[in-house]
Design a protein around this ligand. Sequence first.
Ligand code: PEP
Ligand code: MG
Length: 903
Amino acid sequence: MKYVYFFGAGKAEGNGTMKELLGGKGAGLAEMTRIGLPVPAGFTITTECCDYYLKHDGKYPASLRAEVKKNLTRLERVTKKKLGDAKDPLLVSVRSGSARSMPGMMETILNLGLNSKSVEALARNTKNDRFAWDAYRRFVQMYSSVVIGLPKEELEEKLRVMKTRRGVKDDTQVPAEGWRELVGEYKAHFKKRTSKDFPEDPEEQLWGAIGAVFRSWNAEKAVTYRRVERITGLLGTAVNVVQMVFGNIGENSGTGVCFTRDPSTGEKVFYGDFLINAQGEDVVAGIRTPMHLTEMARLMPKVYNQLEKVRVLLEKHYRDMQDMEFTVEEGKLYMLQTRAGKRTPTATFKIAVDMAKEGLITKVEAIERIKSEDIERLFYPVIDPSVPKPELTKRKLATGINAVPGAAVGKAVFSAEEAELMAAKGEKVILVRRETSPEDVGGMFVAQGIVTATGGKTSHAAVVARGWGKCCIVGCEQLDIDYATKTASANGRKIREGDWMTLDGNEGAVYEGEVKLSTPKLPDAFSILMKWADGVRRLGVRTNADTPHDAKKAREMGAEGIGLVRTEHMFFKDFEQPEKSVDRQLAIQEMIVADSPEARRKALAKLLPYQRRDFIGIFKEMDGYPVTIRLLDPPLHEFVPHEREKQQELADKIGVDVEVVARRVEQLHESNPMLGHRGCRLCITYPEILEMQVQAIIEAAVECKKSGIKVFPEIMHPLVMDRKELKILADATHRVAGEIIRKAGVKLEYSVGTMIEVPRAAILGGEIAEVAEFFSFGTNDLTQMGMGLSRDDAGRFLPDYVDEKKAGIFPNDPFQSLDVHGVGQLMLWCIERGRATRPKLKIGICGEHGGESASVKFCHQAGLDYVSASPFLVPIARLAAAQAVIEERAARKRGKKKGGKKR
Ligand code: PEP
Ligand code: MG
């Protein structure tokens, strides 16, 4: 097996498609070498080797030593230098890099190959004593902590003491002698701690570094990052051994990170950070605040122009926005990394749409590139525009760099651990740090937002937060953060731990206290891309909405009708006049307590006008689109009071004895209410409920129709389990509706159908379709009953069924993502039989799954007519429905190709 891939001098054994094997960095270096970019030479040890190493207790495959040796010799030939040489030494960096980007989570060792002889040679050749000894001390420091595991703090402390002794503040002021002295101290410290001399042999150094990088795959921070990012199924990290280039030789050198487009807005502008006279990690670590690329263009116009050319070339080559790392060594540009750049949701849409318009990608590719999370994150909050400007000015603490947009409110915390502790208690927190490091990733994840005093837009905090779409402000230098007292001060004011604060990631502003947030306006690129998706999809997308307000929102989101109005919500609340909600509640309670059909009818008559008014509101909003209205579904006990006090109140209001109420409540008690007297079973027992609801629906529809609104009511019976049961209900529905329509003298189309929620109904779909004009899968209940899992309680143990590290029985929570393997089969069975009976049977889904990407794709494959999702999930369903078509076409194409070959 081949474990090592070489790149250099314009040739590479690997290429850009080999991410799984070479990691993103290794594949990128190989590809950049192939297309002729200035990349330092090196070789990549594969992720398969990491997998072997981790599975064999830190042993390497037998062939590896010879392979590394061969590639090292080749590297020495290409660079015309020798590792550890006393005359012209080759120095290398040893870097991690897995198939998925894990910024800063794994280890890197720089300047490897330095020892007491080669450091002198480096000093001579660069004519820069200070630079050579600084490089050496960095190497000894990194090697001691990363490879050997000596505590970082002890080494940092020695550096601090040396600076104090020499009376200097910044590292840049330390003379060569200071660094030489520090190397001596580090080596002595190394000897004391390990009882061994610091390794002089460069090959020994190299093997130590390779093992450390492999082991860093399982470091706690890396494991946490993979958990929160849900990165699974990777073999491990690759190791990249690359010739060192130095950005810290002097003022004509530097290092930077740049993006081919703005990762915050998506704008087509060259965007990035650059630090003069600095080494690689200084930019990412965010310790010094870097300059913008425009500044670099002024200082180093030639290199900048070259970089600009690389930008254009790489974006064309990869057909995506790239995030690149580069170093300038004495005026010469080197590219160290390129990868698809992390970006905000707004930028995701803008870049996809712009690239399609520029002809760089197709519209279909643009649609494929959007993930459902990108849509969800578009709705992240901003500072409410109604908050008066003077109030904001008054509250403003400091301004930093707007690294990730959005806004966040929470209580200030000053450590990642505290953030996790407080979040576990349900508190909203803002993580306030001087800078973040990969160890902080758990706390960063649970925080509402992050603010750091140092760093640029490509610092660790910014990169990680951007990947999550989490509001983040960096380089907020006015903020004086004191970890000891857990305070942050600016402008003469102080925030203590637990104090409320607000971040505005759009402006980079930090405010004292809790500022009101609201949902932002959607970017233009969003509507453009959604229109493209609509042009591709076949599946209809409706919404679940119970109020005119939600119906309006859903129409704005692109819903083409309502797939579920849960009428019981109208019994609880008057959305137009909330103060009148109590009238409805009383009426329904009176109906439930009633002891005769007459008394029940009287109570129901009070509800009729409310329901009718609500339906009119909904029909108006859905002018021209179908509206599926479900009759009463929950068990009646949900509507009545259970505490004595409240029962007394009700008894007084409706004029009965409290005992009557108490007895009725007791009668309604069920051991398994979810399997009890609910759904259409209520109307089988109390047909008066059906009569009132159908009357309200049809009268509302007639009134709308008369005023020119196009209405298509679909009356839906829930929880049906039998053909005869539905027949009774459908007959009653037609009788009531027919009479009203006849009397009104209008022509009104309406239909009567059923939900498919009970497995028996799914199995008997063929019979039930004799009566039902449409089916709507209620997959919340169908999952509950199909799997025998209580939708209200299964959360207590279901995570164990989903957790890969525990039982790992299901890939996802079946209440979130449809159990295609089981419940999905019930649906397919039902669809086939239903359509065999009634070929034009309209079929939809209105369970929560209608707004989940994978479930929507299944519904497309199953041949449903539409999915129905809550208003904010409608765009996710539209996108998934389009992606389903694209995937289907691709599968067909693949199938054809295969078929072609066989013949
Ligand atoms: C369902 O069961 O899937 C459904 C939509 O109904 P509810 O969630 O109201 O029970
Ligand atoms: Mg249901």
